[in-house]
Design a protein around this ligand. Sequence first.
Ligand code: NAD
Length: 264
Amino acid sequence: MILQRRLQGRRALVTGASRGIGRAVAVRFAREGATVAINYNGSRQAAEDALDAVREETQRIGGTADQHRIIQADISDEHSALAMFDDILHDWGRLDILVNNAGIQSEAESHLYSIAEYHRILSVDLTGALVCSQAAIRHFLSRPGGGAIINCSSVHEIIPKPGFVAYSISKGGLGNLTRTLALEYADRGIRVNAVAPGAILTDINAAWKDDQAARAKVESHIPMGRAGEPEEIAAVFAFLASNDASYVTGQTLYACGGVSLYAD
Ligand code: NAD
């Protein structure tokens, strides 16, 4: 494989990056030359492990790994999210790429879905992405060169997910947030895009990923016949963050094995 370093010299913040898709994005970005800040809000140990993986990747390509870092913040808390940006900008002096990856979901029939729970989901999946985008854009506008934002959407941006009303609303909103910000800042060097994964083998899918029968049932609905790996999603993030996507903005790129094309 030819090693491309499309993100050489770029500084990236990935939210919710201690595991799953976010961790895979952090590692992929490091492989492409970026310096990465791994945001976490759960286990510090998991974040340290992700940091080790990111450093290893940088060392493997002969780069300098000492600027990678972890940073704790709850992105659903505006003060916590803004403090994270203050800390990173104080430390690094600049940021070039924001990946709004952090996300949560919960299941209940819509007529029974608690409104407190609805607000909890939206505060991470949608409002958290807006707050982080605002902070990143304020920085991007303060200096030449613009920047890139990539949101982690879902096939449920366009396909309803029965039983997951707050998640479906969040991801639908995230698609429109992507397009609104893209249009608003297109003439100022800021690109805003989204990646929409289908069924990916991460902890958010603990309900089926390690259960053979349940996984086979999920995979039977996927045109490509299999769930995706986090690394396959990270590759799409890397493309959208890089200059290979220099003329791409306001787009959601579906990485879902064909699910977005398909009505069951
Ligand atoms: P995951 O549960 O492994 O990762 C989610 C991450 O977000 C975790 O690290 C978690 O700690 C972090 N997080 C949650 N709340 C946070 C908060 N308030 N502040 C900071 N971080 C927070 O699951 P994943 O599959 O890696 O999910 C990553 C993104 O991918 C999510 O936005 C999810 O909706 C999206 N997605 C996943 C799939 C899939 O099948 N796995 C499909 C479509 C979209």
